[in-house]
Design a binder for this molecule. Sequence first.
Ligand code: HEC
Ligand SMILES: [Cu+2]
Length: 347
Amino acid sequence: MSMFMPIEASDRAAQIDTIFLALLIISLLISALVFGLIIGFGIRYRRASSADRGPMPEFFRREFEIGWTFATALLFLFLFWWAASVNIEVLVPPKDSYRVNVVAKQWMWKFQYPNGVRQIDTLRVPIDTPITLTLESQDVIHSFFVPAFRIKQDVVPGLRTETWFKATKLGTFKLLCAEYCGTDHSRMRGEVIVMRQKDFAEWLAARPEGDDLARRGAELFVSRGCSGCHAESSNVHAPRFPGLYGRRIPLADGRTAVADEAYIRDSMLQPNRDVAAGYRPIMPSYSGLLDDGEIESLTAYIRSLGTVGGAPAAPTAPPSGGAANAAEAAEAADPAGPTTRPTGGGR
Ligand code: HEC
Ligand SMILES: [Cu+2]
């Protein structure tokens, strides 16, 4: 089977391929029968033949007719039941499954694990474990498609959908968006990495701070030149990021703002709109220079540096997050630090 089909890497893939193969064989047999009869009768009753053209025997007009009608009806019912039972199974995730949140947006896949670890475009899962995905879209309809798992689930804005799978092969498999979703639809690709259960547990535990977004943000902080003004070691008079997230910021015009995601985003895109009190409006606008993913990564990085009380803002962050954040903050101050770190995910 795998000669003709994409690799089978989940238990459902095998089920679906079996159904497909059965349908193919049944269709071939019936086609052969129909064409055989057409040709056979064509020869038998050709114009020159003297074959008997009298009335059909009673048996062919009643019993035979009823027989084949019932036989095909039963065959159809059986096929319907068989295929539907597999499709229904997809709708009901097992209770003990491991849950991962998936957020689709133009044009990326964001994954969040129960302990707060986040990844972009790379989903890591343990082998032989039921994984339930909760899918949401931030903008338009996307479709989560992993051919090797035979999974294709639409992701609809305003709706939470679920799907689940159990991977049965180690390796890296393609993830695609299967619903046209705009200019870069064709680039909305990612991968699913199936790991040994032990390796997965280690990977997950090794990054309690483990936020790939924040890691990527830490790199961008340096590579996009933010660190020139905002790093602890910079001589430029600009706000420092540790403890910024969630704080009340007095603005130059007397208003105050809360440093939430929207404020941080605006600070990058329209820095002169809300200028922090006590600073000169020298920050350049990054509008058009940073894409959405980069803005989100930078925001995650700022957030990972701690909130007002020093605690990380992410409600799902693990208890050890504080210590890790301190380490990251220290690293951010050293411009060479973040760039030399391995990143794993990202695009
Ligand atoms: C040329 C120096 C400079 C560079 C480069 C720069 N900033 Fe700024 N940034 C400032 C100054 C000065 C302020 C405070 C005045 C204001 O709010 O515009 C500021 C404010 C901010 C704020 C709001 C902080 C607060 O306390 O209100 C954020 C968030 C921010 N910058 C993020 C960034 C990011 C992310 C980058 C890199 C993509 C960056 N900045 C690059 C100088 C800079
Ligand atoms: Cu898409």
